[in-house]
Design a protein. Structure first.
Length: 115
C-alpha cells in the first residue's frame, strides 16, 4: 500500500505562482510513473503532467510553458511548479502514482486562482 500526500495548494491571483508537492512517506516500495491530475467543478478529471521514474515528461497542452513537473526519486516525492496561473487553472489537484502494478491517488489539494 502506498499513501500519497499532497500539499502546496491555496488561493492566488491570476499571474501568480504555486508549487505543489506529493510525497509517499514511509513507502518501502519504489514508485514508478507519477502524475498530476486536476478536476474542476462539473468537469472530468484531466491529466496535467506526468513523469516517469527515468524522468520522461509530458504535459497537457493547456499548461505547457507555464507548469514544470519534477521528482526526487530518493524521497519518493514529486513537484509541480505552476507559474502564470489563470482562473481556468482553478481545480482540485490530485497526485497519482504507479507502484508494483497498482495505481494510487492522493486526497487532493485545492488550487484557486482569482481574476
Amino acid at each position: 500500500q502506498v499513501q500519497l500526500v499532497e500539499s502546496g495548494g491555496g488561493l492566488v491571483q491570476a499571474g501568480g505562482s504555486l508549487r505543489l508537492s506529493c510525497a509517499a512517506p514511509g513507502s518501502i516500495f519504489s514508485i514508478g510513473a507519477m502524475r498530476w491530475y486536476r478536476q474542476a467543478p462539473g468537469k472530468q478529471r484531466e491529466l496535467v503532467a506526468g513523469i516517469t521514474y527515468a524522468g520522461t515528461i509530458n504535459y497537457a497542452d493547456s499548461v505547457k510553458g507555464r507548469f514544470t513537473i519534477s521528482r526526487y526519486n530518493a524521497a519518493n516525492t514529486m513537484y509541480l511548479q505552476m507559474n502564470s496561473l489563470k482562473p481556468e487553472d482553478t481545480a482540485t489537484y490530485y497526485c497519482n502514482a504507479d507502484s508494483r502494478g497498482s495505481q494510487y491517488w492522493g486526497q487532493g489539494t485545492q488550487v484557486t486562482v482569482s481574476s
